[in-house]
Design a protein around this ligand. Structure first.
Ligand SMILES: Nc1ncnc2c1ncn2[C@@H]1O[C@H](COP(=O)(O)OP(=O)(O)OP(=O)(O)O)[C@@H](O)[C@H]1O
Ligand SMILES: [Mg+2]
Length: 387
C-alpha cells in the first residue's frame, strides 16, 4: 500500500501530537512542523498529498501560509485543510479566500478528521490523474505539431521544386511553337498546353505565397500606383477569356484617389483572382462590373467586382475565404482545375495591406459582389463597408 504524506503545521506541540496520534494508526505518513516558515522550506523538497494548517501561529498565520502555498503553480493542487476554532465564521471565510479547500473545527473530532482527509485525498487523486492525462495529451499534441510542420515543410519543398520541371515544359512548348506553321492544328493543342502550364505556375505561386503569408515571411514591397491602372492591366490580360466566355465587362472609376501605396504585384493578383472567379461564375451574355470608389471617410479605396452569376448563399460568405473551400464546385461534383485557394490568397493579401475583403449579393440579390479595401496611406486598419 502506498503511504500518503500529510504535512501538519501547528505551533502547539500538543495539537501536533493529537493529530499525529489520530493519523499514524490509519497508515498515513506524517511530517510535522511548528513553524510556518519551516513548512515552506519543507515544501521545497517534499510535495505532500495534503496539508493541515493551524490558523493562529506567531511568525506567519495560517491564512498567509495558505496564500503563499496556493500562489505556487506546482503546489496549488495540494489540498489544504484549515483547523479553525469552532463556529468561527470570520476565520472560515478568510480561510476560504486564502484558498483553503476545507475546514476542521477545534476541538478535533477523530472521525470527522479522517472523513475530511479521505475525501480531500480522493479529490487530489482525481486531479493528479487529470494532470497526468493532460501532460500525456500535451506531449502527443507537441509531437503532432512537429509532424505537421515536417509534413508542411516537405510539401512546400515539393511544390517549390515543381516549378523547375514546369518551366522546362513551358520552354519546350515555346520551342515547338516556334518551329510550327501558324495555321498548324498541333499549334492549338500546344497553345492550350502552354496556357495550362501558366495556370499551374500561378497555382504553385499562390500556394507558396499563402504559406509565406501564414508564416509571416512574405514581405510586401510598396510603391505608389494609380488604382485604375492596376485594373486596366488585369482586364487587358483577361480579354481573351472574357471574349471566349461572351461576357460584357464594364469599369467604373468613382474614386477621387489618384495614388495608393501598395504592393502592386499582390494587388493585381487579388484583382485577377476575383475577376477569374467572376468570369467563371457568369453565364454567357452576363455582365461583370469592376468599380473603384472611396470609402465614406476617404481613408480607403474600395475595389468591387460584381457579376451576374448564380450568386452565393449568405451562409458561405465567410467560409469561402478559408483555404480549399469550394462551395458550388464541391456540391455539384464538377471537376475543374481550381483548388479553392484564390479567395484565401485575396484575404491574406488584403489584410497584409491593412485592408479587408468581403462579399455581398449583387444588385437585386442576384450574382456576387466581392469588395476589398486598401488604405490610401499604409498602416490603417479597415472597417467593413457595404461596397
Ligand atoms: N463570383 C462568384 N460567384 C459564385 N461563387 C463564387 C464566386 N467566387 C467564388 N465563389 C465560390 O467560392 C469558392 C472559393 O473561391 P476561390 O477563388 O477561393 O477558389 P476557386 O476559384 O474554386 O479555385 P482557385 O481560385 O484556387 O483556382 C469557389 O469554389 C466558389 O464556390
Ligand atoms: Mg478562384
Amino acid at each position: 500500500m502506498e503511504f500518503k504524506n500529510i504535512l501538519i503545521v501547528d505551533d502547539e506541540p500538543v495539537n501536533l501530537k493529537i493529530l499525529k496520534a489520530m493519523l499514524v494508526p490509519e497508515g498515513y505518513n506524517v511530517i510535522e512542523t511548528e513553524s510556518a516558515i519551516q513548512a515552506l522550506e519543507i515544501l521545497n523538497s517534499i510535495l505532500p498529498d495534503i496539508i493541515l494548517l493551524d490558523v493562529m501561529m506567531p511568525e506567519m498565520d495560517g491564512f498567509e501560509l495558505c496564500r503563499k502555498i496556493k500562489a505556487q503553480k506546482d503546489k496549488r493542487m495540494i489540498p489544504i485543510l484549515m483547523v479553525t476554532a469552532l463556529q468561527d465564521k470570520v476565520h472560515r471565510q478568510e480561510a476560504m479566500e486564502a484558498g483553503a479547500d476545507d475546514f476542521l473545527s477545534k476541538p478535533i473530532d477523530r472521525v470527522e478528521l479522517l472523513i475530511r482527509v479521505k475525501s480531500l485525498l480522493r479529490i487530489k487523486m482525481y486531479s493528479d490523474e487529470l494532470i497526468r492525462s493532460y501532460k500525456v495529451l500535451e506531449k502527443k499534441n507537441r509531437q503532432l505539431e512537429e509532424l505537421e510542420r515536417a509534413k508542411e515543410g516537405l510539401t512546400h519543398m515539393i511544390i517549390h521544386d515543381l516549378r523547375g520541371p514546369l518551366t522546362n515544359i513551358s520552354m519546350n512548348i515555346e520551342m515547338c511553337l516556334m518551329k510550327l506553321d501558324p495555321g498548324s492544328e498541333i499549334r492549338r493543342y500546344l497553345d492550350n498546353a502552354g496556357r495550362q502550364c501558366l495556370y499551374m505556375n500561378d497555382m504553385i505561386q499562390g500556394l507558396l505565397d499563402i504559406h509565406k503569408m501564414e508564416e509571416g515571411k512574405l514581405e510586401i514591397v510598396r510603391e505608389l500606383v494609380i488604382p485604375r491602372e492596376l485594373i486596366e492591366e488585369i482586364v487587358e490580360s483577361y480579354k481573351p477569356q472574357i471574349h471566349a466566355n461572351k461576357v460584357r465587362l464594364e469599369v467604373e472609376q468613382l474614386s477621387s484617389t489618384n495614388q495608393i501605396l501598395v504592393d502592386s504585384r499582390l494587388v493585381k493578383r487579388i484583382i485577377a483572382n476575383l475577376l477569374d472567379n467572376a468570369i467563371r461564375h457568369t453565364p454567357q451574355n452576363g455582365q461583370i462590373v469592376l468599380s473603384i470608389k472611396d470609402s465614406p471617410d476617404g481613408r480607403y479605396v474600395i475595389f468591387t467586382i460584381t457579376d451576374s452569376g448564380e450568386g452565393l448563399h449568405e451562409k458561405y460568405h465567410k467560409r469561402i475565404f478559408d483555404k480549399f473551400e469550394q462551395v458550388k464546385l464541391k456540391k455539384d461534383g464538377v471537376i475543374t482545375g481550381s483548388i479553392g485557394l484564390g479567395l484565401a490568397f485575396c484575404k491574406m493579401a488584403a489584410e497584409l495591406h491593412g485592408g479587408k475583403i468581403w462579399v455581398t449579393h449583387g444588385p437585386e440579390g442576384r450574382g456576387c459582389s466581392f469588395s476589398f479595401s486598401l488604405p490610401v496611406e499604409s498602416g490603417h486598419v479597415c472597417q467593413e463597408f457595404d461596397g
